[in-house]
Design a protein around this ligand. Structure first.
Ligand code: M6R
Length: 613
């Protein structure tokens, strides 16, 4: 998983590449590199300085040629080969004439490398990617044009890739191709760009195009042309982009995570906006599955990873309760390896903020292949997941940059609950006035989220008091359970403290053995119908010496008796509580991570978008 960028025809390609790499760091940041080309000469610099790799690269480029007009750049998240400079991209062929950058995994790299070595090629890294440089080299030696050499290369490889190639003998050309991993092309007068995503080149290019699977593009200063795997010309689809660079910046905050948490009211509001017709019907404009097909749904399977998986788990409760449909929630990376059952009437919903998570895309592909209708719930317009699905519901949370997903979660829960209500409408499992009341309840959420955020100080006090603790359990019941899982995920990923989420009733079946003085139990206790049972669970941990932090509603007068710390949130309809209750959990993780001096936006070992299996 990595970020790639390239430019041809630029008066200052290095500045463009370094600026783009900074914006691509969310895709990986354990090493970085650039290559610049001028006639007959390839110049390359690579660094492996962990989170400082791009900064280090800027220094390493002090003696870069100033007359180059084209270049490629890469920021890496290591898969094959340690995060060392020798494994950083760009990789070159035996002669140093061809340079490549690659995002993805070449699954048959071992057999290809053995073959290439047998033909005399010398490898200098232990990456899967380097085979691409040598395969292109083979094509060039056989007299193929650069585009044809890349086309032959991708015909030989299995796996996922967005790859870009330069050749010092053709300094004004870059060729690139994709399969699974994302790739966009951008155009401005006299300059042509490529990147893993639009924000990397948003301030440079004017018009953007999506490259589809198995398409190969040839970029030159005056524009680009594209062909498919058979060499036939193809037209790339123009993307409609309505972001400006401002939205990709921190907006005056210390880091993206807090900016994005504070954007949550807007994320929920935008996601719910304009989803109802005058007759009360819930409508998703992007939906391309018609009402009869949705009415015929007999079973729902949600596939997702990480935070999106927790939002999907909330959706299970809502769809089962309101639409009376049987729902399964699958970890996306497990789905296709267990011979899943897809019957007539199975609706598969793929949930992904980025729309680029390979596990979720592959799960959805598997479901499609087995005949399921597929709906994508994603935050990124025209993302791979959106294109893979029969229908899309867009969360409108805006660009999310921090590795820890926050505003995407609340937007996903809102979108999925609205979808659950649409299914209920179609199936007639709720009365119209019940749907009305629930839609009004959803509509009240942005204001409740705002009120919760305004109480940030109470969470900061808890974080300060408990910053020395090392073990945290997050407990909840009903939709409080996925909320607890999300709280634990957020906490562990940015504080590096041990944190686990559990259904509160499950603790006594084993994990209770871990409870002792010093352990912190964070309980989601906002559902009045389950409060008594949860209080019993809290009494159990309290009796064993745990410190209890309880997230409670404003009207709760009883939980105080068993809690060491109370965090109050506004009263919310139980099914909507995850949207409100997750906020103090996100803030607790954030405040603790800051106190511990962590890099909250770029936690160690992680990347924003996981494009490898
Ligand atoms: O883009 P996606 O929603 O598909 O990403 C899924 C997970 O990789 C993501 O939610 C991850 O768990 C976050 N870092 C959690 O904060």
């Amino acid at each position: 998983m990595c970020g790639i960028i390239g430019v041809v025809g630029d008066a200052d390609p290095l500045t463009t590449l370094l600026a783009g790499l900074t914006r691509l760091e969310y895709r990986g940041y354990d090493s970085a590199g650039v290559a610049l080309v001028r006639p007959g000469e390839m110049w390359r610099a690579r660094t492996a300085e962990g989170t400082e790799s791009v900064s280090a690269l800027k220094l390493a480029c002090a003696d870069a040629p100033t007359d180059a007009r084209s270049g490629i750049g890469h920021t890496r998240w290591a898969t094959h080969g340690a995060p060392e400079a020798v494994n950083a991209h760009p990789h070159v062929d035996c002669s140093g004439t061809v340079a490549i950058i690659h995002n993805g995994i070449i699954e048959n790299h071992r057999e290809l490398a053995d073959d290439l070595r047998a033909r005399g090629h010398v490898f200098t890294s232990v990456t899967d990617s380097e085979v691409l440089a040598h395969l292109v080299e083979e094509g060039r030696r056989a007299g193929l044009e650069l585009l044809e050499a890349l086309r032959a290369t991708i015909q030989a490889v299995r796996g996922a890739f967005a790859v870009a190639v330069m050749d010092a003998t053709e300094p004004d050309v870059i060729v690139a191709a994709r399969r699974v991993s994302p790739l966009v092309v951008g155009v401005a007068p006299g300059v042509t760009y490529l990147a893993s995503d639009v924000p990397a080149i948003l301030d440079r290019a004017r018009v953007f195009y999506a490259v589809n699977d198995d398409e190969i593009v040839r970029l030159a200063p005056e524009g680009f042309r594209a062909v498919d795997l058979d060499g036939a010309p193809v037209r790339l689809r123009q993307l409609s982009i309505d972001w400006d660079l401002e939205t990709a910046e921190k907006g005056g905050h210390d880091d993206f995570m807090i900016k994005e948490i504070l954007e949550e009211p807007g994320a929920v509001r935008a996601t719910l906006l304009d989803r109802r017709r005058l007759d009360g019907t819930i409508a998703f404009d992007e939906m391309r599955v018609d009402d009869d097909e949705l009415r015929a749904v007999r079973r729902v399977v949600l596939v997702a990873a990480g935070t999106s998986h927790h939002a999907a788990q909330v959706a299970k409760y809502a769809i089962e309760r309101w639409a009376r449909l049987s729902v399964e929630v699958d970890i996306a990376s497990e789905y296709r390896y267990r011979d899943p059952i897809v019957e007539i009437g199975t609706l598969v919903i793929g949930v992904s903020q980025s729309g680029e998570t390979i596990d979720t895309i592959q799960a959805v592909r598997e479901a499609h292949g087995r005949g399921a209708r597929v709906v994508a719930v994603t935050n990124v317009v025209d993302s791979s997941l959106a294109r893979e699905a029969d229908a899309v519901v867009y969360t409108r949370a805006g660009l999310e940059i921090s590795v820890a997903s926050t505003k995407a979660f609340v937007a996903q829960v809102a979108a999925l609950e609205l979808l659950a209500l649409r299914l209920a409408q179609l199936r007639g499992t709720l009365e119209p006035d019940e749907v009305d009341a629930l839609v009004r309840g959803l509509g009240a959420l942005p204001a409740l989220v705002e009120r919760t955020l305004a109480r940030r100080a109470q969470v900061e006090e808890v974080a300060t008091a408990l910053v020395g603790a090392r073990d945290f359990f997050f407990l909840g019941r009903h939709v409080g359970f996925p909320t607890a899982l999300e709280g634990a995920l957020k906490f562990k990923e940015i504080t590096y403290r041990h944190a686990e989420g559990y259904p509160a009733g499950e603790l006594k079946h084993g994990p209770l053995a871990l409870i002792e003085p010093g352990v912190v139990v964070v309980a989601i206790a906002t559902d009045p119908t389950l409060r008594e049972k949860l209080l019993s669970n809290l009494a159990e941990v309290k009796a064993r010496g745990a410190t209890v932090v309880a997230i409670v509603s404003d009207d709760d007068e009883v939980t105080e008796a068993v809690a060491d710390y109370l965090v109050r949130v506004p009263v919310t309809e139980p099914m909507f509580t995850p949207v409100v209750d997750v906020i103090p959990l996100q803030l607790l993780a954030y405040a603790t991570a800051r106190l511990l001096g962590r890099n909250v936006d770029r936690p160690r070992n992680l990347a924003k978008t996981v494009t490898v299996e």
